[in-house]
Design a protein around this ligand. Sequence first.
Ligand code: C5P
Length: 229
Amino acid sequence: MKAQLLVPAAGIGTRLGAEVPKALTEIEGKPLLVRTLERAAIPECLSPAVITIPPESREAFDAALRAWFPAHAYHLAAGGRERQHSVANGLVALDADTEIVIIHDAARPFVPVEAVRASVEAAIAYGAATVAIPVTDTILEGDDAAFLERTPERRKLWACQTPQTFRVTVIREAHARAARDDMLLTDDASLVRAYGGKVKLVLGSPLNFKITTPADLQLARLIIREGLT
Ligand code: C5P
């Protein structure tokens, strides 16, 4: 089955406070996006990756990708206001014969290759899969005034990661219905589930965290310097 990687990289990184788009932030001499692509673009995924970017930064992304991957083709698609809009734009840019799409955040550079492969296998078997890890903290649901409302049973809780991998028909249908219903969620697997689809949970890794804050960036630098991945 032909698989293609879709990397949402259009976040501007407000919480990171950097001057360049988050995906181009240098981590130990390499842009974040480059590190993520090196991990997530598994060899059997030979078709060009689709990368969603802030439209005003097209030249900077093009320059970085040409410098680091001179022999690779890729498609740049304009990102949207929210991540879901960016993914929707990326889905339009997939090759016509792509059957499986691997959606992986640019902001997760330490994804284990085995998790990417396992998500592809689960998507082939079930139609949709997301990488996730069981939570170790107790999770509290609070109300708007910060009072405890509910404590969901921990043994059933997973923290969502990416990749989220789908049969293209499955995720395109979920996005089309969400656009019609004005439903906006922070991940794609939950969209599929919201419309009744089956989504397999595939074990990720604590190292597959999302770089969001300056502290995450420092941790990423340390992980690379210490050779922990
Ligand atoms: O905003 P958040 O941290 O959830 O972003 C996760 C991923 O989605 C990041 O890689 C970011 O670049 C991407 N994103 C996007 N378009 C947006 C917002 C975020 O492609 N409008």
